[in-house]
Design a protein around this ligand. Structure first.
Ligand SMILES: NC(=O)c1ccc[n+]([C@@H]2O[C@H](COP(=O)([O-])OP(=O)(O)OC[C@H]3O[C@@H](n4cnc5c(N)ncnc54)[C@H](O)[C@@H]3O)[C@@H](O)[C@H]2O)c1
Length: 354
């Protein structure tokens, strides 16, 4: 079997920490042959450290030499680079969020359809052992139809102090588009992708705009902080289910919290840590998992699924239409927060018209 030739565009923290080791673990199927970054010095350092043969200042020049690419640039560039890669006949794994708007997501999906190449988004929470276990339990009907979902990704004081995470133009937002997107994606996937009909949201950033910051993830300038650091959202679905979302980089809470809690018609579950909650045999029963199989590092199965999809060996776990849905909901939460009104969605009509 020919090795899949993989390139990387944007080789900062996540490319080095997650994607490069994960692809290099798959040496029997794939090889990293090139890297590109607007910071050429950084690209050269990475190429030397990880024994990658080619460095390209302009990513367009790399595309004819690779089969697949992983895009890990700031969010603003996801769409334009993904479209260029797909149009050049290259499979794409793009970092989350898929893009800054649903319009940009649509362009990516269109380019993928026209080229017949894979487009996937790095929503790696789905590959976590607990998430896979929860999905299995749900598919086996153990808790029945989901009714109420509580989604929380709360950090007490962890504004990312590196890169461009507090720059609205380059990232499109803060805690919601950067962190909440993972939990939102996981929740909707676990629910079986129901159709949303109405969204409300509120966003805050007062805590990150005050002097004398105490921040656990590096330093940032409170005077230029322009994105959200705490967001609440409420999503109502066509099937009657509802989802309560809360996410933060900065909040006056006792501890960080990360969980998706689903109350279904026959039972409920918590994903982190995994719990199954049931009313059965005349009792209230709580079960916890003492062993869940799988890789501790979700970056590995994520890379393997992408490579296998490119080689025609597997079905995509994260489909672009699902990642687009997350972007659509994020857009609606921000819009609702700005307008002070709920946002009605006509998703079915939108899909039918495409
Ligand atoms: N899946 C996750 O959990 C996760 C975690 C962290 C970051 N991310 C995502 O990955 C992306 C990058 O984040 P990061 O933490 O690695 O940031 P980073 O700042 O560490 O790295 C970004 C890199 O992209 C380069 N770059 C900027 N503009 C570019 C362009 N137009 N073309 C090519 N290269 C360009 C920068 O020079 C830098 O080396 C973001 O979209 C972020 O949301 C995802």
């Amino acid at each position: 079997m020919n090795l899949l030739k993989v390139g990387l565009i944007g080789v900062g923290g996540i490319a080095e920490g997650r994607h490069i080791p994960a692809i290099q673990n798959l040496a029997e199927k794939a090889v990293i042959t090139g890297v590109s970054d607007i910071n050429v010095h950084r690209a050269e350092q990475i190429a030397e450290k990880y024994d990658i043969p080619s460095v390209y200042e302009n990513y367009h020049e790399m595309l004819p030499h690779i089969d697949a690419v992983i895009i890990s640039t700031p969010n603003k560039f996801h769409s334009e680079i993904a479209v260029a890669a797909l149009q050049a006949g290259v499979h794409v794994l793009c970092e989350k969020p898929m893009a800054l708007s649903t319009e940009e997501c649509d362009r990516m999906i269109q380019a993928s359809k026209e080229s017949g190449k894979i487009l996937s988004i790095a929503y790696h929470y789905r590959f976590m052992k607990n998430a896979q276990a929860a999905k299995k339990v749900m598919l086996e009907g153990e808790i029945g139809e989901p009714l109420v979902i509580r989604t929380q990704g709360l950090r007490r004081r962890k504004v990312p102090g590196w890169g461009v995470f507090t720059n609205k133009e380059l990232q499109g937002g803060g805690s919601l588009i950067d962190y909440g997107c993972h939990l939102l994606d996981l929740s909707i996937w676990l629910m079986g992708n129901p159709v949303p009909v109405e969204v409300m949201g509120s966003q805050y950033n007062l805590l990150s705009r005050t002097p004398d910051q105490v921040n656990l993830w590096g330093e940032f300038d409170y005077k230029t902080f322009e994105v959200d650091d705490h967001v609440t959202g409420y999503i109502r679905f066509e099937n009657g289910a509802s989802l309560l979302l809360e996410t933060s980089w900065s909040a006056n809470i006792k501890d960080d919290v990360e969980n998706v809690s689903i109350s279904g018609e026959k039972g409920g579950l918590d994903v982190f840590p995994f719990h199954l909650n049931q009313a059965k045999h005349g009792m209230l029963l709580n079960s916890e998992a003492s062993f869940i199989p799988g890789d501790e590092n979700p970056g590995n199965p994520q890379a393997e699924n992408f490579v296998d999809c490119c080689l025609g060996l597997a079905e995509q776990v994260v489909k672009p239409e699902e990642a687009r849905m997350v972007s659509m909901l994020i857009e609606a939460i921000y819009k609702s927060s700005l307008t002070g009104s709920s946002v009605k969605l006509d998703y079915r009509k939108e899909v039918e018209s495409q």
